[in-house]
Design a protein around this ligand. Structure first.
Ligand code: SF4
Length: 263
């Protein structure tokens, strides 16, 4: 089932921010309402084939099955046409990889970043409201020439950027690390697929880090009293960035369908 409107696999290496995506018309995932699926989590999946959620969940299952099938092929099943059946040894390897990826220093740093940003966002309400109050006061000043509306929108945008990417950076870093481990532990096609996915995912992380850093630098100016925490978060992002470049030297040059090839 092909449709030339859609760019194959574009959603594999995007940031799931459909609201801000220039490729919604070229993305099958968006067209199917899968935009809320993050790292395999389907929101509101139901057992009702008349709902898009049902098909979103099915798409996830099919993707998993294909991957397992690839693993089975590599493991040289007697009959390559056999339907895939549970293989405890393979399940164990996948589980081990998942565990190892969670314990990897890069994934730990990214999780640490996500938790710290979540705490920061929770604790910053009063500071942001004070900034909002300052803007309200300025609006009453006769000689105020700054574009206050623009400032308010910019602050909202910066907050949205760091909020959007903090969990994405953690999830995608975990996936990139998992691909790296797959490359190390497997052979042949499965190893190559692992590295390719790690590079593509690493590139998404790098873009998310760059956008987050730009937002933090602006927030640092807006909230000077929170500068120390913001600098710590920037330092953590820098370490993750260096870690991705070091572990995945191919990430930067990875060509993402659509995003790096154009409309
Ligand atoms: S490619 Fe764009 S439209 Fe498709 S899921 Fe990703 S962000 Fe959303």
């Amino acid at each position: 089932m092909t449709d030339s409107r859609y760019i194959p696999g574009i959603f594999n290496y995007c940031d799931y921010w459909c609201e801000r995506c220039a490729f919604t018309r070229r993305c099958r995932n968006f067209a199917m309402g899968e935009a809320q699926e993050h790292e395999g989590q389907v929101v509101g999946a139901v057992d009702d084939a008349s709902r898009q959620d049902f098909w979103s969940r099915l798409a996830g299952e099919l993707r998993d099955t294909r991957m397992r099938r690839t693993l089975s092929d590599i493991a040289e099943l007697d009959d390559p046409d056999d339907v895939w059946v549970a293989d405890p040894e393979m399940e164990r390897r996948i589980e081990d990889r998942h565990k190892a990826s969670q314990e990897h220093p890069l994934a730990s740093m990214a999780s640490d970043y996500a938790m710290k940003v979540a705490d920061w966002l929770k604790s910053t309400d009063a500071d942001l409201k004070a900034v909002a109050e300052g803007l309200r006061r300025s609006a009453h000043e006769v000689f105020e020439e700054d574009d206050l509306e623009e400032q308010a929108l910019e602050i909202g945008d910066m907050i949205e950027v760091v909020a959007w990417y903090h969990t994405l950076i953690a999830a995608k870093t975990g996936r990139a690390v998992s691909g790296l481990i797959q490359r190390k532990n497997e052979t042949g096609l499965v190893a190559r697929l692992g590295l390719e996915d790690a590079n593509g995912t690493g590139k998404v992380v790098l873009a998310a880090i760059e956008r987050s850093m730009a937002a933090w630098l602006r927030l640092r100016e807006i909230l000077p009293q929170r500068e120390g925490e913001i600098l710590d978060l920037l330092a953590l992002l820098t370490r993750i960035q260096h870690g991705i470049h070091s572990a995945l030297p191919g990430a930067k040059a990875f060509i993402r369908p659509g995003f790096d090839t154009g409309l």
